[in-house]
Ligand binder design. Structure first.
Ligand SMILES: [Zn+2]
Length: 191
């Protein structure tokens, strides 16, 4: 497997705390959850954890969709392909991403705002999902064009990478593996 690492935490620290736990493989009504839900306050800034670009078109939930758009489940979403060929899906954003399909993204660059669109209504969080590279015949051409025909496969759990960033950002964690990143300005309180 290709190396997998993140160059930024996907939600910028802000005026309220951010938390996550290892929700990869949590059972859901009609599927297994192959993602990490990062809980925060609506309007917090989502940044790309990788260098790459916005996918032009891809298959999401069985439908051919734009790499940046709105779907019934994901709400306002964006899909970024990184330099190693991994796919990064960000869902439930507050508003459509300001980025267009094909746009170049830098690590730490703003890609949207945390929200509760799609099936997250009333439960604001960033649904962050990663899939490994395509290797089928013709994949190189798809990477070149940014148009991906097949459904993403090979899910990757980004939890351990998020934990590294949580430590850098001064997070606390509980015995259940939930990490909480403090609000900016709160970390030094009481010391
Ligand atoms: Zn989720």
């Amino acid at each position: 497997m290709m190396p997998f690492y993140l160059m930024a935490f996907p939600v910028l620290r802000g005026s309220s705390e951010i938390s996550f736990e290892d929700g990869f493989l949590y059972p859901r009504a009609d599927m297994v959850h192959h993602a990490i839900d990062i809980i925060g306050t609506p309007g917090m800034t989502i940044v790309s954890p990788v260098i790459g670009r916005v996918v032009t078109r891809c298959r999401l939930g069985g439908e051919r969709r734009s790499g940046a758009g709105t779907s019934p489940r994901g709400g306002n979403y964006i899909v970024v392909v990184d330099l190693l060929g991994n796919f990064h899906y960000f869902a439930h954003m507050q508003a459509p991403s300001p980025l267009q399909p094909g746009a170049v993204v830098v690590a730490g660059g703003r890609i949207g705002l945390l929200g509760d669109s799609g099936i997250a209504r009333g439960n604001p969080h960033l649904h962050y999902q990663v899939w490994g590279p395509f290797t089928h015949e013709g994949a190189a051409q798809e990477y070149a064009s940014g148009e991906f025909v097949y459904r993403f496969s090979n899910p990757i759990n980004p939890y351990s990478e998020l934990v590294k960033w949580a430590a850098i950002l001064g997070a606390t964690h509980n015995a259940g593996g939930r990490y909480t990143i403090p609000a900016t300005g709160a970390a030094a309180a009481g010391t």
